[in-house]
Structures are given as structure tokens and as C-alpha cells.
Ligand binder design. Structure first.
Ligand SMILES: NC(=O)c1ccc[n+]([C@@H]2O[C@H](COP(=O)([O-])OP(=O)(O)OC[C@H]3O[C@@H](n4cnc5c(N)ncnc54)[C@H](OP(=O)(O)O)[C@@H]3O)[C@@H](O)[C@H]2O)c1
Length: 246
């Protein structure tokens, strides 16, 4: 039986860890070939080797800093050159530096906005012409913090409000050209998220208490399986008790 993404090509940013790595595995299992991107090349090579061993997918590794617009453009071009087109772009790379706004340094502020805002824009901008050609999917990693206030980190929250606003406005902009734009909004996920300012979420939360990366990857795989004319424009993947406590 043909896999749902057979013959399709994906690019996943932030694939060296957490949700991005799980998404790369999920898309490959669904039949897509893909390029995995992040800064840590060794991690990407390990992931690519694992995916090649466990699926029939072809995997390219392109080390990329998403805050570098030329590097992101080269990442997308390398993917199109290698695979002949682009059907799915997952704008996933992101991070949070938890400091009160009054104590956040310029550098910390620029790191968060550089990755979470500029990186999302650069990846979308480079991908859209190819996604118009393929009538493909553009996926953004938002957050519950992009739907509600996050007192612990207003700048991180604002980057996710930006992402959601960008995604829904882009859907309005490129939907008539056949592109589906999705924003996936999880609550806590057990990954390396949070490492920049303390313990990673995979250590802060017990297994079973919050979402696992593979569960977010399943949501992304569901979004990109949608065929024209449908688009999952927004998908909130919340812990069941989250709205009771926030
Ligand atoms: N975990 C959560 O609780 C949670 C909840 C809601 C939303 N999210 C969102 O989900 C996305 C993925 O996060 P995660 O939880 O999987 O965290 P993670 O395990 O820390 O992964 C973050 C990924 O982003 C990459 N990255 C960071 N800076 C980069 C840069 N300048 N250029 C390229 N890649 C960069 C990292 O790779 P390198 O360091 O190798 O570059 C890594 O692969 C983020 O957008 C995050 O905001 C996470």
C-alpha cells in the first residue's frame, strides 16, 4: 500500500532534537524524503542514519542556523536541487530564555526573537515559491503561549503570538495559490526545551505527565496529510488539565 506522503519532500528545521527529530521520523515513516536542519551536525547525521535504517526515506543533512537568512535560503535550494521540489516545510526551530523582562539582556532578547521570529520568516519566505508549485504545506510550531498570556516569559509568548498571526495571515495570503498553512500549538512537551535557562522539559516533567515529542509529530503528520481543499490552520494540542490551572 502506498504511504500517505510517498513521493513528497519535506524540510524540517530544529531537527537535531525534540519535536523536530520526532517530526522527521514521522514524515519519513509516512513516505516522505527529507532534509533535516539545525546547527548540531553530528546530531543530524545520527538522526539521518537512524531514519535511513528504519524507513525507505532518502535523508539529506544540511547544518543551518535559522537566524542566517542566506543559510536558510541555501537550505531550501539544496533540498529542491536534491529532491526536485518541496512539498512540506516545517518551521520548528525555537527556544525560550526564561528571565523577567526587566532582566533580559539585549543578546537574550535577540536570540529568542532571532530564532523564533526571524527564523520562521526566513524559512517560510524561502519555501513559499516551491510550496506554491507543489500546492504543499507550511507548518509552524506555535505554542499555547501564543494563544494565552505567559507571565513567566512574555517575550517568548510574543514570539509565538507573532508566529500564529503570521501563519493565519499567510494562509489568507497563499491559500488561493493552493498552499496549506498550519500552526500547531502544544502545551509542555518533554524535549530539550528550557535547556538555555535551566533544566530541559524532558527532565522537569515525568513521562506521562505532559506531551511527548512523538505526539506532536503525529499532529504535524495529520496536518500535512490533508489534501486540497482542506487545511488544518490551527491545532491546539493541550494537556487535558491545562485550562483548569492556567
Ligand atoms: N517543548 C515544549 O514544551 C514546547 C511547547 C510548545 C511549543 N514548543 C515549540 O516547539 C519547537 C521545538 O522545540 P522543542 O520542544 O523540540 O525543543 P528542543 O528539543 O530544545 O529543540 C529545539 C530545536 O531548535 C533548534 N535550534 C535552536 N536554535 C537554532 C538556530 N539558531 N538555528 C537552527 N536551529 C536552532 C535546536 O537545534 P540546534 O541547537 O542543533 O541548532 C533544536 O533542534 C519550538 O519552536 C518551541 O518553541 C515547545
Amino acid at each position: 500500500m502506498e504511504e500517505p506522503l510517498e513521493g513528497q519532500t519535506a524540510v524540517v528545521t530544529g531537527a537535531s532534537s525534540g519535536i523536530g527529530a520526532a517530526t522527521a521520523r514521522a514524515l519519513a515513516e509516512d513516505g516522505a524524503d527529507l532534509t533535516v536542519a539545525a546547527r548540531r551536525e553530528e546530531r543530524l547525521e545520527e538522526l539521518a542514519a537512524e531514519i535511513r535504517e528504519t524507513t525507505d526515506a532518502a535523508v539529506a543533512v544540511v547544518p543551518t542556523d535559522v537566524t542566517d537568512s542566506d543559510a536558510v535560503a541555501a537550505l531550501v535550494e539544496a533540498t529542491v536541487d536534491r529532491f526536485g521540489g518541496l512539498d512540506i516545510a516545517v518551521c520548528n526551530a525555537g527556544l525560550a530564555i526564561d528571565e523577567p523582562v526587566s532582566e533580559l539582556t539585549d543578546e537574550e532578547y535577540r536570540t529568542m526573537t532571532g530564532v523564533n521570529v526571524d527564523g520562521m520568516f526566513y524559512t517560510a519566505r524561502a519555501s513559499i515559491p516551491h510550496l506554491v508549485d507543489s500546492e504543499g504545506h507550511l507548518v509552524f510550531l506555535g505554542s499555547m503561549s501564543g494563544n494565552h498570556p505567559r507571565p513567566a516569559n512574555p517575550v517568548y509568548a510574543a514570539t509565538k503570538w507573532w508566529t500564529r498571526g503570521f501563519a493565519v495571515s499567510l494562509q489568507a495570503s497563499v491559500g488561493e495559490e493552493g498552499v496549506a498553512v498550519s500552526c500547531i500549538n502544544p502545551t509542555e512537551v518533554r524535549t530539550e526545551f528550557g535547556s538555555e535557562s535551566g533544566s530541559p522539559s524532558k527532565e522537569a516533567f515525568e513521562p506521562g505527565s505532559v506531551t511527548e515529542p512523538v505526539e506532536v509529530a503525529d499532529a504535524i503528520a495529520y496536518a500535512v496529510r490533508q489534501q486540497s481543499p482542506n487545511s488544518i490552520t490551527s491545532l491546539d494540542l493541550y494537556r487535558r488539565d491545562k485550562l483548569s490551572h492556567f
